[in-house]
Design a protein around this ligand. Sequence first.
Ligand code: ATP
Length: 229
Amino acid sequence: MGDLGQPAVLPVSEPRPRRIGVLGGTFDPVHIGHLRGALEVAESLTLDELRLTPSARPPHRNTPQVSALDRLAMVECAVTGVSPLVVDDRELKRDKPSYTLDTLELMRAELAADDQLFLLLGWDAFCGLPTWHRWEELLQHCHILVLQRPDADSEPPDALRNLLAARSVSDPLALTGPSGNIAFVWQTPLAVSATQIRQLLASGKSVRFLVPDAVLAYIDAHGLYRASN
Ligand code: ATP
């Protein structure tokens, strides 16, 4: 009871908005460039969850070399036990092209209005944004975090200049609100690509230390990417 015989009112702590990251990709195969970048972003931005979201039929690129199930299984091998990285397989369940905007709309609908959604894009993917389906609407649903890639050109395409001028903030830790801004994030530069890994495997070379051991074991067990495939 309070001093005047009134019941004491305990302060009710508001739940803090959740912070969810999304890294889409073909993951053909997933590699340390994806994983290290994802983990560093998740830690530096104190994300509650970072969802690696393999795409089924990527609208902008060549058909992946191995099946969606194999790509999904490799991502699962890679993130098992690596909190807060998780796999989100919703794009593989959709029988339409995997548009990132659709995925973000679905995720947003599952979150509270003030939860923060962060779309992670490597610099190369960010530069390709103007070719994406309804790309101007992406920032209605999420913030965009651009991961620097060591092999990146330094200039963004003209179509992104106005957007960057209007929406970019210099400190990713200062991003507030559920969506709407762009920030560049520093990460340990790792000039690794899935293309390079496929080429090494096709020529009979090792990809040890470029992918997690569990992913390497999966590739070997299923004979993926070897020249005979
Ligand atoms: P590929 O060589 O087949 O084009 P990739 O290695 O670029 O593949 P994706 O699955 O296309 O891999 O990439 C998914 C996302 O991860 C993209 O936003 C991409 O820019 C980013 N990414 C890939 N590799 C790196 C890396 N080494 N460093 C930072 N970001 C990366």
